[in-house]
Design a protein around this ligand. Structure first.
Ligand code: SAH
Length: 395
């Protein structure tokens, strides 16, 4: 069994159960582990620290599978982890035929680099570490077994793959190719998901609770949904009985999907304006036109995938928040999000606070938001807390 020997003092984060071993923490590697191979991690004193999956090309050189010396990381181990992840979701929801739920969420489920989403009768896997790639078949088999489903599809095409030295992989894993797009249901609303071409694995499941919160607050309101993608927030606002909804996305396909979703749910299309435009420009245009809104949603793409992009990202977040705050009526609500791993919660709040100062808006926080409960965050792994949101009210 190959071994990683840590530099003195570098076992501390592992002792706190942080599951990553960075290349800089490694003194030397014994044996010649290949991509994804199970390695034993040892402290500088030679004591056992963890079992981990090896990533020769990544700064995150190894990701922990387990902390117990007696554990054997084999097919049965992987299958048990997947089954446990599926089982743990059962106290959240018992999935119906058209359920859309994240069944495994990486590190928080003891499955680093593994995401498994269920969309109706199809599982969509996203595998983003060399170790996850090694166990592809075991993971797929276990996920099908635990859910009783027959269809699985792989959408491993996230940007982070490049950091692992892996090429994108989009392919059928089991069963027939998805007869896409197919329909899922969220809180009584229908959405079409195409796991072959949709963003991420097909749908932004992480925003489920926040869409529900908007639905609770949107009745009779004039709502602006920025970066609307396939209309998740806009459709919920219309379903709540919003007086009017404006939705903006720079992608024509996203706008078309949003329109389809409004029709599919028999919502009043006449009360919706769907605009294909750049949000940064459109917010300024609204300002010139003297437009005002009661509720604005800002759910932009990842401006800072890693800490290296933080400064540019901060400017972009500040800009859209500033302009949105200027467009809100007094007492209006701002749902503002960041899904950037590189922007922690505290910093995000500072950016929004700075935007409010520059917009000369007086706003307060009503609610802190995050990803839905099927996207748990491991206590020792704050990096997993990527989606943060603030519900602010202007005074
Ligand atoms: N709110 C959505 C998810 C948003 S994903 C939901 O709940 O499903 C981010 C979206 O922003 C993508 O659809 C992308 O096309 C769009 N986008 C990225 N940059 C943009 C820009 N500058 N202006 C408008 N839309 C943009």
């Amino acid at each position: 069994m190959p071994r990683i020997h840590l530099k003195p003092g570098r076992e501390r984060s592992l002792a706190r159960r942080h599951p990553w071993v960075f290349s800089g923490a490694i003194d030397h590697v014994e044996g010649n582990p290949g991509p994804g191979e199970v390695v034993e991690v040892r402290t500088s004193q030679g004591g056992f620290a963890a079992w981990a999956g090896y990533s020769p090309d990544s700064q995150i050189r190894a990701r922990v599978w387990d902390w117990h010396e007696r554990t054997r990381v084999d097919q049965a181990f992987i299958a048990a982890r997947v089954a446990r992840a599926v089982e743990l979701r059962k106290f959240l929801v018992e999935p119906g035929a058209q359920a859309a739920i994240r069944l495994a969420n990486g590190e928080a489920d003891g499955l680093p680099g593994v995401v498994i989403d269920r969309f109706a009768d199809t599982l969509v896997l996203q595998l983003t570490s060399a170790a996850a790639w090694c166990w592809r078949e075991a993971i797929t088999h276990a996920a099908l077994e635990a859910t009783g489903l027959e269809r699985a599809f792989e959408r491993s095409d996230a940007d982070v793959l490049a950091l692992e030295g892996l090429a994108p992989r989009v392919a059928v894993l089991a069963g027939p190719e998805p007869a896409a797009p197919f329909t899922i249901e969220e809180a009584g609303l229908a959405f079409q998901v195409d796991p072959r071409t949709g963003h991420k694995t097909g749908f932004y499941l992480d925003q489920r609770d926040n869409r529900a919160l908007l639905r609770d607050l949107a009745e009779g309101r004039e709502v602006l949904d920025c970066f609307c993608y396939s209309g998740g927030f806009a459709v919920n606002a219309l379903a709540a009985g919003a007086a009017h909804v404006t939705a903006i996305d720079s992608s024509g396909e996203a706008i078309a999907a949003a329109r389809r979703h409004i029709r599919m749910n028999e919502l009043p299309e006449a009360r919706a304006d769907l605009i294909e435009a750049d949000v940064f420009q459109q917010l300024r245009r609204f300002r010139d036109q003297g437009r005002r809104f009661d509720i604005i949603v800002l759910d932009p793409p990842k401006f800072a995938p890693t800490a290296a992009h933080v400064e540019r990202a901060a400017r972009a977040y500040k800009d859209i928040n500033l302009w949105a705050l200027r467009l809100l009526r007094p007492g209006g609500l701002l749902f503002t999000f960041s899904c950037s791993g590189g922007v922690p919660r505290e910093l995000f709040q500072k950016i929004v606070a700075g935007a409010a100062v520059d917009a000369q808006a007086d706003a307060r926080i009503l609610h802190h938001m995050g990803a839905a409960a099927d996207h748990p965050v491991a206590l020792a792994f704050p990096e997993g807390d990527y989606l943060k949101g603030l519900l602010c009210q202007t005074v």
